[in-house]
Design a protein around this ligand. Structure first.
Ligand code: SF4
Ligand code: SF4
Length: 334
C-alpha cells in the first residue's frame, strides 16, 4: 500500500565460473534479447557496496535476494553488504553454487538464509556444475547451515528413486537444515531435455509429497504442492513477480517479468518463490476472502502512490514542485 515492493532481487555480479546447461541468467533472452548479462558493466569493491546499500535504502524492501552470476565471486563485498543489511533489519537470501569456501562469518548472521544450488546426484551435478562439484560443496559448506535447492529437470523426474536418493544423501548432512525442490521453468518456445511434461509434473508433486514425510528436511507444504500443480498462468497472476523488483548486474537494468527474465512459460513455472507466494495468496482468511484479493487491492493503491512519488521526484529533479513535499509527505497522505 505504501508503494514499495517488499522484495528485491539483485544480480550482484555478472561473473560466474560455471557454465550450467539451462542457466537462465546467461540465456540470450534474459534481459529482453538486446543485451546479454555478460555485456553489462558491473561493480566491485566499495563502489558495489555503496550502490547496493543505496538501492536498498531507496527501495526499502523487507527482503533482499542476492543472486548472480555467482555471488561468491564478490564475497568480500557481499560480506559487507550482508552486515549492512543486518544493521538495517532487512532479511537476506543468498543463492550460491558454493564454488569457493563460504566465509565463516556468514554463519553468524541472523538475517541470512544461505541457499546452495545442487542439481541432482553427484554424477549429474558434477557434469552440469563443475567446478562446483559435490566434493567442493561438502568442503565449502563446513560450519554453515544451508538450504539445499535442487531444480528438478525432466531427466531427474523420469528416474525412479532419484529424488529419494537425493533427499537421503543431503538429509544426512548436519550442515543442511532444509531441502527445497523447484522444477525447471522453460522459456517460450523452448525445446530441451530439461523441460518437464505435464505427466512429469504430476509425478514430481506426488513424489515430493511422499518424500517430505520420510525426510523432514524436505520442505514443501500442502499449499505449496497444490500451487506447484497449478502455477500462476501469467506474470499478472504471479504475486512473486508483482512484489519483487529485480535488477541485473549493472544495478540499473530491470529483469522482467521476474528474476528468470525473458519470456518464461508461467503455466509451467516451477520457481519455489512463485509457488510459495501463490500458496499464500490462495489462503482464505476466516474461510472467506483470499489473501490474493486483498493483495490486489493493496497493490492498486501502492502502484498509485509509487507513481505519484516518482512524478514528484522527477519534478524535484527538474527544479519544479519542490514545495509539494517529498516521499515522506506523500506517505503521510497515505
Ligand atoms: S551457477 Fe548459476 S549463474 Fe552460474 S552458470 Fe550456473 S545457473 Fe548460471
Ligand atoms: S515466477 Fe513463474 S509464474 Fe511468476 S512470472 Fe516468473 S515464470 Fe511466471
Amino acid at each position: 500500500m505504501s508503494g514499495y515492493r517488499p522484495f528485491l532481487s539483485l544480480e550482484i555480479t555478472k561473473e560466474c565460473p560455471l557454465r550450467c546447461p539451462g542457466c537462465y541468467a546467461y540465456a540470450p533472452e534474459h534481459l529482453g534479447g538486446e543485451t546479454l548479462l555478460r555485456q553489462l558493466s558491473d561493480y566491485k569493491g566499495d563502489e558495489l557496496v555503496r550502490r547496493a546499500v543505496a538501492m536498498v535504502k531507496e527501495l526499502r524492501p523487507l527482503h533482499v535476494s542476492i543472486i548472480g552470476g555467482e555471488p561468491l565471486v564478490r564475497y568480500r563485498e557481499v560480506s559487507e553488504i550482508l552486515k549492512r543489511l543486518e544493521a538495517l533489519g532487512v532479511r537476506a537470501q543468498l543463492v550460491t553454487s558454493a564454488v569457493r569456501p563460504i566465509p565463516p562469518e556468514w554463519a553468524m548472521l541472523k538475517n541470512l538464509q544461505l541457499v546452495v544450488s545442487i542439481d541432482g546426484l553427484q554424477p549429474e551435478h558434477d557434469r552440469r556444475r563443475t567446478p562446483a562439484t559435490y566434493a567442493r560443496i561438502q568442503e565449502h559448506i563446513s560450519g554453515q547451515k544451508i538450504t539445499v535447492h535442487c531444480t528438478i529437470t525432466r531427466q531427474f523426474a523420469q528416474r525412479d528413486g532419484y529424488l529419494e536418493e537425493f533427499s537421503r544423501f543431503w538429509s544426512a548432512k548436519e550442515e543442511v537444515k532444509r531441502i527445497w525442490f523447484s522444477s525447471y521453468t522453460p522459456q517460450d518456445g523452448e525445446i530441451s531435455d530439461e523441460r518437464l511434461r505435464p505427466e512429469d509434473r504430476t509425478a514430481v508433486v506426488r513424489e515430493v509429497r511422499r518424500l517430505r514425510n520420510r525426510y523432514p528436511k524436505v520442505h514443501a507444504t500442502d499449499q505449496m504442492l497444490d500451487a506447484f500443480a497449478k502455477p500462476p498462468q501469467s506474470p499478472e497472476e504471479c504475486i512473486f513477480a508483482r512484489t519483487t523488483d529485480c535488477y541485473a548486474a549493472d544495478l540499473t537494468t530491470k529483469v522482467t517479468p521476474c528474476q528468470l527474465g525473458g519470456k518464461p512459460v508461467c503455466a509451467e513455472c516451477g520457481c519455489l518463490a512463485s509457488v510459495g507466494m501463490a500458496a499464500v495468496g490462495r489462503h482464505r482468511l476466516a474461510g472467506l476472502v483470499t489473501l490474493e484479493s486483498l493483495f490486489a487491492a493493496s497493490f492498486r493503491i501502492g502502484e498509485n502512490v509509487r507513481k505519484r512519488r516518482m512524478e514528484k521526484a522527477a519534478a524535484r529533479t527538474e527544479g519544479r514542485g519542490s514545495q509539494a513535499g517529498g516521499p515522506e509527505a506523500l506517505e503521510g497522505e497515505v
